[in-house]
Design a protein around this ligand. Sequence first.
Ligand SMILES: [Zn+2]
Ligand SMILES: [Zn+2]
Length: 342
Amino acid sequence: MVMRAFVFGGKHNCSLQSVPVPTINSDEVLIQVSHCGICGTDIHIDDGEFFCKENLILGHEFSGYVAEVGADVKHLKVGDRVVGDPMTPCFQCTYCQSGQMNYCVELPGIGVNLDGAFAEYIAVPASNVHVIGDNVSMEEAAMAEPLSCAIRGMDLLKCKSGESVVIIGDGTIGLMMVQLCKLAGLAPIVLVGAKPSVAPLATRLGADVFLDGRDENIVERVRAAVGFKQINNVIEAVGAKTTLELSLEVATFGSKILWFGVPSPETRISVVPNEVFTKELMIQGSLMNPHTMTRAVALLNEGRLDLESLITHTFTLEELPEAFECYRNNPERIKVMIKIMR
Ligand SMILES: [Zn+2]
Ligand SMILES: [Zn+2]
């Protein structure tokens, strides 16, 4: 049996190909992919900035239906509505042995060094598969993985209810962070974005103030938006030089800064170490989603978040080149989703 798949063949050389439907091991399931979202990581891979094995199928934010179950799989059956966790650690290195799977020497997994979900079918270890509630749509379910990464970031930030937060970035992650901060009781929530058209949606999702980050007095406007009080938390969700620098410029005494956006490995920014010292700034990175997928699924099952509103564009598998183009060049796009099952 053959299927259609979007294969990485080297820098700026991805293409739709006919490939064999994967066969499964006894501890795996075969998933018929329903939806798979485009992630910034996919674009970095296509641009040759991140390592990816050649002739590999991309895509790691997916939902689908179990189509076949390996002999040793206990908790899943054919027809189950599921999402997949792309993290496939080795369970043998010292990081895995100490519970820090996201530092595993063999990571990252599905969609980077194991075949991904921009395909009609994908083989996934059963331990990476989570069943989702019937009330969750398949397109929303495909966003469980980025949500689980955002939950990891929130965990590391250790924010408390009643603290202020400035979120920089009005993309998928920025608007997920708005909702997670709202649920966590943060106040006020200030969103600094680049798409003024998103302001009404951001407000509906929980932002108290939307500011255009391109304003030349943006630092002063952010300070004013929190009443010139302490900014307890800053979340950077873009990964660009200007926004990373802004995250430091808006910081007050005692700010915790989460750098969540994924920068290109070449990105360099200017930091004033004296400010980090005098303000006791904490700068925190966040990598992947160790053990946070079950909580992401719980939030989706209980309907606590609106992720569907973040999907601005949907394309078919055949339209993937156009979808990449849209991700790169459409300033109004938020989440670009690929609908794979017809
Ligand atoms: Zn991703
Ligand atoms: Zn490992």
